[in-house]
Design a binder for this molecule. Sequence first.
Ligand code: DX5
Ligand code: ZN
Length: 219
Amino acid sequence: MAKKTILAAPSLLSADFARLAEEVQTINESGADWIHVDVMDGHFVPNLTFGPKMVSDIRRETKLPLDCHLMVANPQDYIESFAAAGTNYFTFHIEAVMHASRLIQKIRTAGMKPGVCIVPSTPAHVLDEIISEVDLILILLVNPGFGGQKMIPSCLEKLVSLASLRKEKGSHFLLSVDGGVTGDNASLAVEKGADVIVAGSAFFTAQDRAAVVKKIKGL
Ligand code: DX5
Ligand code: ZN
């Protein structure tokens, strides 16, 4: 069987925001597949980052898909603005919404691919009823809000159950992991079924960023 292609998604959270265009350029040149954009509102998580204007400014600097991870309360309020900014994947937290199906439909209608994310304390089975509706499931391996934390390895088991449910239901979503992933431990997530690897600090602290991407992708 041909080896599965693993997608690498550097997270801009660990970039130097004062030199963002240059940082995006290093992602463009690194062989990475997507750019992961962490949006934090100071309510859902105890930190703040940026909103749709930053996304549209980043959009001008890259052709890569923008994988926006909305760590926000009321994600429904940001669908139109993030779509207009050029977001490809709009991933919300299941913990932040009451009517996930309705939100997923709105994201798709706005022209984006819907993704759903769970924090470490949320079990994977809460997603059972919506897995056939989303294009991406993001498994957080750390408590969200900050880059540079250590992976909680037990969260990787969620990949196994979701990958088997995907097979059983014939669903097509990609499985992504986020938090504490490095070139050295990415293979643990890939072995459990991950398709997309998000890495922030591991990418931006590396001397050779392209080498980190290669390692993550198993090349
Ligand atoms: C955590 C964010 C992550 C973060 C990962 O709240 O969702 O995307 O950037 O950073 P690292 O890879 O440093 O753990
Ligand atoms: Zn993220």
